[in-house]
Design a protein around this ligand. Sequence first.
Ligand SMILES: CC(=O)N[C@H]1[C@@H](OP(=O)(O)OP(=O)(O)OC[C@H]2O[C@@H](n3ccc(=O)[nH]c3=O)[C@H](O)[C@@H]2O)O[C@H](CO)[C@@H](O)[C@@H]1O
Ligand SMILES: C=C(OP(=O)(O)O)C(=O)O
Length: 437
Amino acid sequence: MEQYIIKGGNPLVGEVVIGGAKNAALGILAAAIMTDGECLIDNMPNVRDTNVLLQAMEGIGARIERKGDNEVVISGKDIDSAGDLIVDNEYIRKIRASYYLIGALLGKYKKAQVVLPGGCDIGSRPIDQHIKGFRALGAEVKIEHGMIIAQAEQLVGSRIYLDVVSVGATINIMMAAALAQGNTVIENAAKEPHIVDVANFLNSMGADIRGAGTDVIRIKGVEKFHDTEYSVIPDQIEAGTFMMAAAATRGDVLIKNVIPKHLETISAKLSEIGAQIEESDDAVRVVATQRLCNTQIKTLPYPGFPTDMQPQMAITLGLSTGTSTITESIFENRFRYVEELRRMGANIKMVEGNTAIIHGVEKYTGATVAAPDLRAGAALVIAGLAAEGYTTVTQIGYIKRGYERFDEKLRALGGLIEEVNSEKETNKFIYKTGTVN
Ligand SMILES: CC(=O)N[C@H]1[C@@H](OP(=O)(O)OP(=O)(O)OC[C@H]2O[C@@H](n3ccc(=O)[nH]c3=O)[C@H](O)[C@@H]2O)O[C@H](CO)[C@@H](O)[C@@H]1O
Ligand SMILES: C=C(OP(=O)(O)O)C(=O)O
């Protein structure tokens, strides 16, 4: 069983370099098969989700050539377009971004059969808005035997109003519409940095997409795409996670290779609770040498506070003075870490299902906790780094879905953390790091 063991109590100090954004890379990788040319993609995060997606793309005939850890060349030329274009395997069923292969394949080949998406169990996560968009472009879409089956004679541009602001639906519709006939307008579109990055990538292949990053995206369909070279933007959430790790352990960390604008809400909240934030062109430094104070948070679509940062923020507030509240407004099931954090001494009460009332405690104490999903898993690791004594975080496969070399980066900042897969390795770690204070 993969797990991390952590000896807490060391403030994190030093520098960390942030990798490419997982949620942008997933859209970009899928979109790369829309050209028969070659796409060279750089700053690609080497995490489980991107690897599972690449493997599924290979499964339908895409050529994938890895160049080192973070670079990949993709060509969709040899995809067997005479076949049904079926995407299904035991790994792809577990990730969310499989849904981008519907938009990409439907756009290019006017057909796709993709297994219903998985992803973190953070809510009911319907895909009705994706389907509404594909249908508006003229596709027939049905769900049978756990597969989404989409096909069209021709895709024709349309005006599509999203009933809910959805990252996945915005990217998916944008991809399909980019190779449709005529013009498409997506209204009430999501505005996350990864939407802009996928649009920029598509434009670099010859698409004509304007307005990404605002809530109205205009797409003029083009006939086909060409070769491109592209570098994925830095990961807003990985950066935010290290910012919280610095704050919760009362450390001093320079977080490099970031776009500070994407971190504005996170920086603002940390600053509000008393952390010192210094921004430069491509780095953010977080210094928190004293106990931080309380605040109120509500998760919202970008530029609001990201739901993917909610658990990490809760860990920090759990150690702050006073009483904080966090309201989760995007996913109804994103507080499953609370029960685990209580084992470490946190004082958190849930009200009305989606609000956590957090009474700050002076310290967490180490315990064995299970990562319930990707971001909550990373948050529990931060709690362990801040806690007194030893913490074991189990089910770290979730964390590996989205963080590249997470333990290694934390160790470089002075964190005492190791992946252990047996009692012998655990004992070795405890011997190496000394006994509980
Ligand atoms: C792979 C990826 O990029 N995942 C991210 C993506 O997930 P994902 O694309 O699944 O999230 P969405 O933005 O689509 O979901 C936002 C809200 O809209 C609802 N909804 C969505 C689609 C739909 O057809 N119908 C519907 O009702 C969802 O249930 C949710 O309440 O954006 C989320 C919100 O920033 C992030 O937490 C995830 O990390
Ligand atoms: C929830 C996340 O991912 P997914 O949508 O792939 O489950 C995430 O990145 O925090």
